[in-house]
Write a protein that binds this ligand. Structure first.
Ligand SMILES: [Zn+2]
Length: 208
């Protein structure tokens, strides 16, 4: 199994290829010759990303089938189902890198910011659940509660996206004894990252 550092290098290199419009021929070969993944998967990375249609994790890291264990949910939040999914890959496949991937222009984060400005009921309790999961994560981001939705600047939106990513990174160990123990004793590394939908670039965030 690859170490967290090796996995991080593969993701960085893959994203660099993606921004250059290059696809690794080996990745293409492994995509077309998928049969050897049928028996067993050994993903080197776990990625928790947003469901946003502009954030296709395997493509933007130029990775093949079997490389990345991907969990996608609006706002890249973590509830018990996502925690269990991360634990599953980390314990059964030995995957040692977990990336929490936010992105610019995240609609779920924007909805949570708007809800802070104007806390009226949303259209469905299930969407409310998503907003309720994001709101505490972005509580430190200053919004002007006297203005309307259109006054959320790109800067505030980006700050909130980053705060949400870092809160989810912290939550993974705070709410999972298994992940905490793997990260303290067995090389598991959890990092935050942000994807810029304009440039295609992923920047990894400094985290503890
Ligand atoms: Zn999003």
């Amino acid at each position: 199994m690859k170490s967290a550092a090796e996995a991080l290098r593969l993701l960085r290199e893959g994203n660099h290829r993606y921004t250059q419009g290059i696809v690794d021929p080996d990745v293409v070969d492994r995509r077309s010759a998928a049969s050897h993944y049928i028996e067993k998967q050994t993903p080197h990375s776990i990625v928790i990303g947003c469901s946003d249609s502009r954030v296709p994790v395997e493509l933007l890291f130029d990775q093949a089938l079997g490389d990345v264990f991907v969990i996608r949910v609006a706002g890249n939040i973590v509830s018990r189902a996502q925690l269990g999914s991360v634990e599953f890959a980390a314990s059964f496949f030995g995957t040692r890198l977990v990336v929490v991937l936010g992105h610019s222009g995240c609609g779920a984060v924007k909805a949570a910011l708007q809800h802070r400005q104007n806390p009226s009921p949303v259209v469905s309790p299930n969407i409310q659940y998503l907003i309720d999961a994001i709101e505490p994560n972005i509580a430190s981001v200053p919004v002007n509660e006297d203005t309307d939705d259109s006054d959320i600047t790109h800067d505030v939106h980006d700050q909130a996206m980053r705060a949400n990513v870092l809160a989810v990174v912290n939550k993974l160990c705070a709410e999972s004894e298994l992940l905490k123990s793997l990260s303290e004793q067995d090389g598991l590394t959890i990092v935050g990252a942000e994807y810029d939908v304009h440039s295609g670039r992923v920047a990894f965030l400094e985290t503890a």
